[in-house]
Ligand binder design. Structure first.
Ligand SMILES: *[C@@H]1O[C@H](CO)[C@@H](O)[C@H](O)[C@H]1NC(C)=O
Ligand SMILES: *[C@@H]1O[C@H](CO)[C@@H](O)[C@H](O)[C@H]1NC(C)=O
Ligand SMILES: *[C@@H]1O[C@H](CO)[C@@H](O)[C@H](O)[C@H]1NC(C)=O
Ligand SMILES: *[C@@H]1O[C@H](CO)[C@@H](O)[C@H](O)[C@H]1NC(C)=O
Ligand SMILES: *[C@@H]1O[C@H](CO)[C@@H](O)[C@H](O)[C@H]1NC(C)=O
Length: 233
């Protein structure tokens, strides 16, 4: 009875103090739902790429929207030292309907698909001048034409050799270290096995060959017990 009363009062206290907590939780949940409804554009977890001149790069971009899309407008822009250069643009009429993409750059190809909410493009045969920021922009009229964008950065390098070299050095040193460790472990193992084997063998030899050694062993063990006994007493 007493414990019940106590736990009840504790619960009651918890509830009354939790009311504010619950209210704030509800507000954050509502805010979360509200913000989740908004369109999101993403260029992926790694928002940059390093590529060799002359190669073709994928500029990735995807969108997601909880309330769905209708006449979603998107474009890709290149930040050319502050001035925006439009590379392509299109309107996706509805989910799953492929857009009719207007290409404004001779080396750009649209490779996205509205079936996968993918609005990625390819930039072919890149030059050093292509280095910089690429902006994936999208606007969903369903949510008051709010603007959404994500930035993808392209670095153009002459050769990826430098990275490769350091990588191979790292890989080789790791492999070397592992091999060295294995060799060390094997040497240690055989050494330990050798010592372990030698130990009993010696004892056997002692036991078999001469009884004199056996006696000394007995004597030693006897003296050991003596030593142990003396501090006790
Ligand atoms: C990349 O640039 C270097 C230096 O300008 C040039 O020698 C090389 O041929 C270029 N490679 C390609 C594939 O365009
Ligand atoms: C970028 O713009 C600045 C001034 O706004 C100019 O000094 C610079 O030379 C420009 N760089 C290129 C690569 O055009
Ligand atoms: C988008 O489409 C391109 C081309 O099909 C593909 O390479 C890329 O992986 C896709 N990106 C995502 C996030 O699905
Ligand atoms: C790539 O660009 C270089 C110079 O910009 C040009 O000489 C070459 O023919 C191009 N290659 C392709 C496959 O477009
Ligand atoms: C959205 O972007 C357009 C340019 O594409 C601009 O004119 C408009 O002011 C922007 N709207 C907001 C709310 O930032």
């Amino acid at each position: 009875m007493e414990t019940r009363g106590r736990s009840g009062s504790i619960l009651h206290r918890f509830r009354s103090s939790g009311d504010a907590f619950h209210a704030s939780l509800l507000i954050t949940l509502l805010l979360g739902v509200w913000s989740a409804q908004a369109l999101e554009v993403s260029v992926g977890k790694v928002p940059f790429v390093e590529a060799m001149n002359g190669s073709t790069v994928l500029l990735p971009c995807t969108y997601s929207s909880c309330i769905g899309i209708k006449n979603l407008y998107f474009n890709w822009q290149y930040n050319d030292n502050g001035t925006m250069q439009k590379l392509c643009e299109a309107v996706i009429p509805a989910e799953g309907i492929e857009p009719n993409v207007l290409i404004l750059h001779d080396r750009v190809e649209f490779v996205g698909s509205s079936k996968r909410s993918n609005i990625s493009i390819l930039l072919k045969n890149i030059t050093f001048e292509d280095e910089g920021q690429y902006i994936c922009f999208a606007r969903n009229p369903k949510e008051k034409n709010r603007n959404h964008s994500a930035i993808f950065t392209l670095f153009v390098v002459e050769e990826l050799k430098e990275v490769d070299d350091t990588l191979t050095v790292i890989i080789m040193s790791v492999i070397g270290g592992v091999v060295g460790l294995i060799i060390l472990i094997m040497i240690l193992k055989s050494l330990i096995l050798f010592l372990l084997r030698r130990g009993p063998e010696k004892n056997k030899e002692c036991l078999v060959s001469s009884s004199g050694n056996d006696n000394t062993e007995n004597g030693l063990s006897g003296s050991k017990t003596d030593n142990k006994a003396t501090p006790k007493a």
